[in-house]
Design a protein around this ligand. Structure first.
Ligand SMILES: Nc1ncnc2c1ncn2[C@@H]1O[C@H](COP(=O)(O)OP(=O)(O)O)[C@@H](O)[C@H]1O
Ligand SMILES: [Mg+2]
Length: 144
């Protein structure tokens, strides 16, 4: 995986964001950790839903705010782990919760909403996607 991957995309709708995410998912190998950041309502969950579609997952995907993590088997093998750390305060509580098992899984794609809460314990090759709100319907997605 290239750590120099850098891309910017302007999305003008929820569907645009889902399509961008689905295409990205299809291009990333198992073992990818993708850290999402952006304000409440930016589109992190919309992006995660598109990402799941790109992995061929048909189940409904919603934010695991209360369960913190949702695990989905991928039809082609492996797992999609969708995490929402909104209710996790810091890296210590994430580790207590067992997050390192998920982050280190070689056969999974891992997406983390509110990843900025655990910056210090993300794997070194983590990809970062920042979503900025430009208007009601448009967003800037920056991958680095
Ligand atoms: N271009 C866009 N991309 C993604 N979401 C958008 C876009 N334009 C409007 N939205 C709306 O923004 C909201 C994003 O919600 P959500 O994905 O739950 O945000 P987050 O998980 O970042 O808190 C949804 O209501 C969605 O319909
Ligand atoms: Mg969300």
């Amino acid at each position: 995986m290239s750590t120099s991957l850098h891309r910017e995309f302007i999305s003008n709708s929820e569907a645009d964001t889902e399509k961008f995410a689905a295409e990205l998912a299809a291009s990333l190998p198992r073992g990818t950790v993708l850290a999402l950041s952006g304000d409440l309502g930016a589109g992190k969950t919309v992006f995660s839903r598109g990402f799941a579609r790109g992995l061929g997952i048909l189940e409904p995907v919603s934010s695991p705010t209360y369960t913190i993590i949702q695990e989905y088997p991928c039809p082609a093998g492996g797992w999609f782990f969708h995490m929402d750390l909104y209710r996790i305060n810091d890296a210590r509580s994430a580790l207590d919760f067992g997050i390192d098992e998920y982050l280190g899984a070689p056969d999974a794609w891992c997406i983390i909403e509110w990843a900025e809460r655990i910056t210090g314990i993300l794997p070194p090759d983590t990809l970062h996607l920042e979503i900025s709100i430009l208007s009601d319907s448009s967003r800037r997605l920056t991958l680095s």
